[in-house]
Design a binder for this molecule. Structure first.
Ligand code: HEM
Length: 167
């Protein structure tokens, strides 16, 4: 994983790179606190518009969105920068959401993948997506798994397209 710590000297866009022929001119070529913040903000901006998941998040996080986004920044920093910023427990946080369906994790990834592909250069996006898929698989197993069951194939399909048209 290419990482780079937040560097005020470099300026906000110092770690972006040009992409010829892409739909977006600049993509992050490394993970940093800044690029993680943009990823988290963009992802939750998108998921709030998802017809099913948006409702679930809104119900749970009414009045607590800022706190959740900060927590998710620390979560992704721990995953991608390995800085130990996140101290929580994702499994109980999802187990208590009795309304979750097995298909919701695939829907979640259907929003996450195009956001990450839009923001990061392709190799880095692939790495981030694989990590998210592994976490989604373990959350799925914790929530819906039983002896001998395996997560559904859409939790490891790394070939998602941009556009977020998974719903
Ligand atoms: C099925 C799709 C998902 C839904 C609907 C969902 C929903 C939520 C909600 C509503 C919360 C806030 C819980 C609360 O504070 O009461 C939450 C927390 C969290 N979610 Fe998810 N989530 C999903 C999938 C994922 C995935 C795939 C990841 C990781 C890749 C993830 C990582 C987290 C983390 C780290 C927290 C914070 C847990 C804590 O420490 O409190 N979620 N999720």
């Amino acid at each position: 994983m290419k990482t780079r710590n937040s560097d005020p000297e470099s300026g906000r866009y110092g770690h972006l790179t040009g992409m010829a022929g892409g739909d977006r001119l600049l993509r992050y070529e490394s993970v940093s606190e800044d690029s993680i913040r943009v990823m988290v903000q963009t992802f939750y901006g998108c998921i709030r518009e998802h017809p099913r998941l948006g409702e679930i998040f809104s119900r749970r996080l009414e009045g607590r969105w800022d706190e959740h986004l900060l927590k998710m920044e620390s979560f992704w920093q721990s995953v991608l920068l390995k800085n130990g910023a996140y101290k929580g427990k994702p499994v109980p946080a999802h187990l208590k959401q009795k309304e979750l369906l097995g298909s919701d994790y695939g829907q979640w990834l259907g929003v996450f993948r195009p956001v990450v592909r839009e923001l990061f250069v392709p190799d880095l996006a692939d790495e981030i997506i694989v990590l998210a898929e592994r976490i989604a698989q373990s959350l799925w197993l914790a929530t819906f798994g039983h002896a001998g069951s395996a997560p559904p194939p859409e939790l490891s399909a790394t070939t998602a397209q941009c556009g977020g048209a998974a719903w």
